[in-house]
Design a protein around this ligand. Structure first.
Ligand SMILES: [Cu+2]
Length: 173
C-alpha cells in the first residue's frame, strides 16, 4: 500500500516535470542575452504581476536595465525585494539594475523582478506576453514572458525558490 502510494507520488512529480514548458527562447540585443523569461497566471482579477528572467552581459562594459513597457500593462518597472526590519518590501530601482560585463543577473521571485502594474488583461497559463525592456547600452530588448501556473514554482531549469514569499498584493509598494 505504502509503496504503491509512493509510486503514485513519483508519477505525479514526473508528469509535473515534463509538463513544464521548455524555456529555450533566447533574445539578444547588443551584448545582452535574455533567457527564461516567465511570469505567473493572475487569478482573481489581480492588477499586478511579476516578471522574471535571466539576463547576461556578454560585452566588456556594464549595462543597465532601466525599465520597460508592453501592451499588457500600464507600466513595467524593475523592482528589488528586500527584508526591511523583518518585513518583505519591494521598491522600484530608480537607477536601474546594473549588469556587469561577463555577469549573469537573475530576476526571480524573492529578489529582483519586473513589475507589471495595472494589467490590461489577466495572464493565463500558457500565454506568451511580449514586453519591451529598455537598457542603457543595448537599447530595447523584446522577450516574451512564458506564463506559468499560479503555484510558486519556477520554470524547468530554473532554481527552486524554497523561501516562503508573501503575495505581491500584500506587500508595500
Ligand atoms: Cu515588485
Amino acid at each position: 500500500m505504502i509503496s504503491g502510494l509512493r509510486e503514485l507520488v513519483c508519477a505525479a512529480l514526473l508528469s509535473a516535470l515534463f509538463a513544464a514548458p521548455a524555456l529555450a527562447q533566447e533574445v539578444k540585443a547588443g551584448d545582452l542575452v535574455i533567457t527564461q523569461a516567465w511570469s505567473r497566471a493572475t487569478p482573481g482579477g489581480a492588477k499586478i504581476a511579476g516578471g522574471y528572467l535571466t539576463i547576461e552581459n556578454k560585452g566588456s562594459a556594464p549595462d543597465r536595465l532601466i525599465g520597460g513597457s508592453g501592451d499588457v500593462a500600464d507600466k513595467v518597472q524593475v523592482h528589488e525585494m528586500a527584508m526591511n526590519n523583518g518585513v518583505m518590501t519591494m521598491r522600484p530601482l530608480d537607477k536601474g539594475l546594473t549588469i556587469e560585463p561577463g555577469k549573469t543577473v537573475k530576476l526571480a521571485p524573492g529578489g529582483y523582478h519586473l513589475m507589471l502594474l495595472d494589467l490590461k488583461y489577466p495572464l493565463k497559463q500558457g500565454d506568451k506576453v511580449p514586453i519591451t525592456l529598455e537598457s542603457e547600452r543595448a537599447g530595447k530588448v523584446k522577450p516574451s514572458l512564458d506564463v506559468q501556473g499560479v503555484g510558486p514554482q519556477a520554470p524547468a531549469g530554473a532554481s527552486h525558490d524554497t523561501k516562503k514569499m508573501p503575495d505581491h498584493s500584500g506587500m508595500k509598494m
